[in-house]
Design a protein around this ligand. Structure first.
Ligand code: MN
Length: 435
C-alpha cells in the first residue's frame, strides 16, 4: 500500500536524509543501536542520523497506536515489535514520517532524539530463535549443480519444493563483527584421507534476509494467502560458506560445520511497508516448468510478491586498502531471479505445522543471475576454484584470503519513486585459530 510516507515530494528537516542513497525519509528502517556511552535501544535510520525511539517517546512525540508500537520498538531487541505485525509497523511508520518531515514536530527536540550514526554501534536487531536458509536462486542451483551433475543440474523436486535447511541461529551476527576463518575437516578428491585444518575454500553467499513478523502456533500452517502478513522486513545476509568442509561433511546429509561458524546480516530492517513501491509480479516461470502446487499458489502473491532489489558484492583486499584503491565490484544481480516468493517460503515452511517465531530469520539462498559477474558466490564465479577471478589490480581470487573485506549493498529504484537502500553488510576475513 502506497501512502503519504512514500510521497517523493516529502522532505525531512534532517538535512542529510534528503537525497540520501540509503536512508531518505521514505525508507525509515528499524534497528538496535548504542549511542556513545549508552546501552542498546531501538532506533530508526534517517540520513546520517539515528532516531532514538525511546527518547522520542519520553519527549511525548507519539500518541495512540503509534505510542503503543514505539514502546514495543524501544527496547534491546525488536522481537516484540516483530510480533505486533503490520498495523503496529504502519502506525509507527506514519508517526515517524510525520515527526521527521519538514515542519514536523520532531525538529524542536532534535538534540534530544537524534544521534550521529557514525558515533553509534549497531547490533543484531532481533534475538534470532531460528535461522532457515532457502535455495531459491535458481541460477545458483544450476551453476553449482553443473559442477557435480553436468547433465542434470536441477533435481526434479526443485520446481515443486522451496528447498531449505535449518541453519544455525546462535552464530548469526551483525555486519562488521570479526570473522575467523574456520578450522575443519577437509579432503580434496586427490587426497587419501582428510586433515583437520584451516578452511582452504572460504566463500561468501549474497542473500536477501527475511525477518519474520507474527508467528504461528505449532500444528497450524500459515496459508499462502496470509503468508505476507507474517513477514516484517528484509536485510542483507552473508551466508559465509567453507566449501571444502561443506563438501566433505555433506555426504549424505546437508550443510553443518561448513555453514554454522557464522552468518552476517545488515543491521537495518527495511520494512515491508518501505518496500511497497518496489514490488511487482513474480516473474513467470520458464516454459515447461510446472505450476506451484495449490497450497503454494496465490493470485495476489503472484501479482505482487516479486521484489525489485539491486544487489552488489564488492571486495576490498588488504592490498587495495594499503594502496588506497577503491573496492572492486565482483557482481551485481536483481532479486527478480528468485524462483520462489518469500510468501511461498513462509507457506512451505509452515505447511507441515512447523511454527515460526517473531524475529526468526530466513535467507533466500544465493542470489545469482545466469550471466558473468551476476554470480552470488565465488564457488560459481571460479567454477569450484578452477578459474581465477581478476580483481583488476594484479590480484586474483578463487576463494577468500585473510584480510579480504566483503561488502554487500542493495538499493531499490523505480521511476517516480525515491530510491532506498539497505545499508551495508560487511565482513573481514581473519586468520584461523592456530592449531
Ligand atoms: Mn546459503
Amino acid at each position: 500500500m502506497i501512502d503519504a510516507t512514500h510521497d517523493p515530494a516529502r522532505m525531512s528537516w534532517v538535512a542529510s536524509a534528503n537525497g540520501h542513497a540509503e536512508f531518505p525519509i521514505q525508507n525509515l528502517p528499524l534497528g538496535i543501536f548504542s549511542p556513545a556511552g549508552g546501552g542498546p535501544r531501538g532506533g530508526i535510520a534517517i540520513g546520517d542520523s539515528i532516531l532514538d525511539i525511546g527518547a522520542a517517546l519520553d519527549a511525548g512525540l507519539f500518541a495512540g497506536a503509534a505510542r503503543d508500537a514505539a514502546e514495543l520498538a524501544a527496547g534491546r531487541t525488536l522481537n516484540a515489535f516483530m510480533e505486533a505485525g503490520p498495523a503496529a509497523r504502519q502506525a509507527l511508520r506514519r508517526a515517524v514520517s510525520d515527526l521527521l518531515a519538514a515542519g514536523g514536530a520532531g525538529e524542536a527536540q532534535a538534540a534530544r532524539i537524534l544521534h550521529d550514526a557514525s558515533a553509534c554501534t549497531l547490533h543484531l536487531p532481533n534475538r534470532v530463535g531460528n535461522f532457515t536458509d532457502f535455495f531459491a536462486g535458481i541460477h545458483h542451483v544450476i551453476t553449482a549443480g553443473q559442477m557435480t551433475r553436468p547433465d542434470n543440474p536441477v533435481l526434479p523436486n526443485y520446481r515443486y519444493v522451496p528447498v531449505a535447511y535449518h541453519s544455525r541461529a546462535s552464530s548469526v551476527r551483525v555486519s562488521g563483527e570479526p570473522l575467523r576463518r574456520p578450522n575443519g575437516q577437509r579432503k580434496r578428491p586427490d587426497e587419501a584421507a582428510p586433515e583437520f585444518g584451516p578452511c582452504r575454500n572460504l566463500d561468501y553467499e549474497i542473500e536477501l534476509g527475511v525477518w519474520v513478523g507474527p508467528g504461528n502456533a505449532v500444528g497450524e500452517p500459515i496459508p499462502i494467502g496470509q503468508a505476507a502478513h507474517h513477514i516484517a522486513g528484509f536485510c542483507l545476509l552473508n551466508d559465509w560458506s567453507a566449501r571444502d568442509i561443506q563438501s566433505w561433511e555433506s555426504q549424505p546429509l546437508g550443510p553443518f560445520l561448513g555453514k554454522s561458524f557464522s552468518t552476517f546480516v545488515s543491521p537495518w530492517i527495511v520494512t515491508v511497508e518501505a518496500m511497497a513501491p518496489f514490488r511487482g509480479p513474480q516473474p513467470p516461470r520458464p516454459a515447461g516448468d510446472p505450476a506451484p502446487l495449490p497450497h503454494l499458489l496465490d493470485a495476489g502473491d503472484q501479482a505482487g510478491g516479486g521484489l525489485d532489489i539491486d544487489f552488489e558484492v564488492w571486495i576490498h583486499t588488504a592490498k587495495m586498502r594499503a594502496e588506497g584503491t577503491a573496492p572492486h565490484r565482483l557482481s551485481a544481480v536483481n532479486a527478480a531471479i528468485l524462483y520462489w516468493t518469500v510468501a511461498q517460503m513462509v507457506a512451505h515452511h509452515t505447511s507441515n505445522g512447523c511454527n515460526l517465531m517473531p524475529g526468526d530469520l530466513f535467507g533466500t539462498g544465493t542470489l545469482s543471475g545466469p550471466d558473468v559477474r551476476t554470480e552470488g558466490c565465488l564457488l560459481e564465479m571460479s567454477r569450484g576454484g578452477s578459474r581465477a577471478i581478476d580483481l583488476g589490480n594484479g590480484e586474483v581470487r578463487r576463494y577468500l584470503e585473510d584480510g579480504d573485506d566483503i561488502i554487500f549493498r542493495a538499493h531499490c529504484q523505480r521511476p517516480g519513486q525515491v530510491s532506498i537502500g539497505f545499508g551495508e553488510c560487511r565482513g573481514r576475513i581473519g586468520a584461523a585459530l592456530a592449531l
